[in-house]
Design a protein around this ligand. Structure first.
Ligand code: PHE
Length: 347
């Protein structure tokens, strides 16, 4: 019996050592340690043994079982460790690999200028108004005191789509539309940013498509000094606190009187340089007091109400602010140009 037990132990250990997967170990466990296994079989014959021998064989049988069980367990443990190691190896991440660069875009310089100017005017109680780029002759010209065949229409060469419809040549039609919506009741306080179109040959300072921001205030007792004060705030905010402005008489059909507004040259501080053509001043916008005809046409009583309007050329502001020497840079989307504006919010 003793021999048979040792033989079984030998056999089981051998098989366990040779096992290559968990399933085999389970089979060995069932085969040798199970109720129907050979060890149980051997122990069934213990009745025939003498009282002396019985405990010895009993103890040996337990040892054999324990030896087989521990071998199986050891082997099982080895399998599990190997499985975990294999998984770890397959999921290994090489943290030394350099990351892929993420190409972030940034705001277009014109968008930034428009947003900055919007913020400034919103802070002064204005609201932002928008209108269509494909506009009727009426809002683009007639409602702005430019009847058909008025010679001043020549100031703005236009892209006509039909006799009555054109690409708007300025953002002023938005003021005509907004005034009309107010049905003669003030105050009106808006700025209108947007694209405008003119039949110009593109060159360093002209583009057939560009951007304007129109400002309009209508209320009782609005005077030229309100316009001047407002534009002074604008000039200092955009170009720096030490800027000054000056107004020069000019002509626009929709304002009377009309003015051109110059800002003291930032580059030479007014001494004269090539940017300001040696005058010390740079022309940045046009404006004036809203013409009574424009007020009346939009339904406002020009005896009660007065107002001022101004038009800002966005590209011109951007060119001066950032020292850009060719307007076409804003529209040709050369990344080397655009990436130079990679700062603040977009950083
Ligand atoms: N609309 C004018 C232009 O495009 C600018 C302007 C606006 C002038 C408002 C006066 C008042 O030339």
């Amino acid at each position: 019996m003793q021999e048979r037990l040792l033989e079984l132990q030998q056999e089981a250990l051998q098989k366990a050592t040779e096992a290559t997967e968990l399933k085999e170990l389970n089979d060995i466990r069932v085969a040798y340690l199970g109720k129907k296994g050979p060890i149980t079989e051997v122990l069934r014959g213990m009745g025939k043994l003498s009282a002396e021998e019985r405990p010895k064989i009993g103890a040996l049988a337990n040892d054999v079982r324990a030896a087989i069980a521990s071998k199986i367990e050891e082997k099982q443990h080895a399998f599990e460790t190997a499985a975990v190691n294999a998984q770890l190896a397959s999921e290994k991440i090489d943290v030394t690999l350099p990351g892929r660069p993420v190409n972030k875009g940034n705001q277009h310089p014109l968008t930034r200028i428009v947003e900055d100017i919007e913020d400034l005017f919103i802070g002064m109680g204005y609201t932002v108004a928008e209108g269509p780029e494909v506009e009727s002759d009426y809002y683009n010209f007639e409602a702005l005191n430019l009847p058909k065949s008025h010679p001043a229409r020549d100031m703005q060469d236009s892209f006509y789509i039909t006799d009555e419809i054109l690409m708007r040549t300025h953002t002023s039609p938005v003021q005509a539309r907004t005034m009309e919506m107010h049905k003669g009741i003030g105050p009106v306080k808006i700025i209108c940013p947007g694209k405008v179109y003119r039949r110009d040959n593109d060159d360093a300072t002209h583009s057939h498509q560009f951007m304007q921001i129109e400002g309009l205030v209508i209320d009782e007792n609005i005077s030229m000094s309100d316009l001047k004060g407002t534009l002074e705030v604008f000039a200092k905010k955009v170009f720096g606190q030490d800027r000054e402005i000056r107004l020069r008489p000019s002509f626009f059909p929709f304002t009377e009187p009309s003015v051109e507004i110059d800002i003291s040259c930032k580059i030479c501080s007014g001494k004269g340089c090539s940017v300001c053509k040696h005058t010390g001043w740079i022309e940045v916008l046009g404006g004036g007091m809203v013409h009574p005809n424009v007020l009346e046409m939009a339904g406002f009583d020009s005896k009660t109400y007065s107002g001022f309007a101004f038009g800002i050329g966005v590209e011109r502001i951007a060119m001066l602010k950032y020292g850009v020497d060719d307007i076409r840079h804003f529209y040709t989307n050369d990344l080397r140009f655009l990436k130079q504006f990679h700062t603040h919010e977009s950083e």
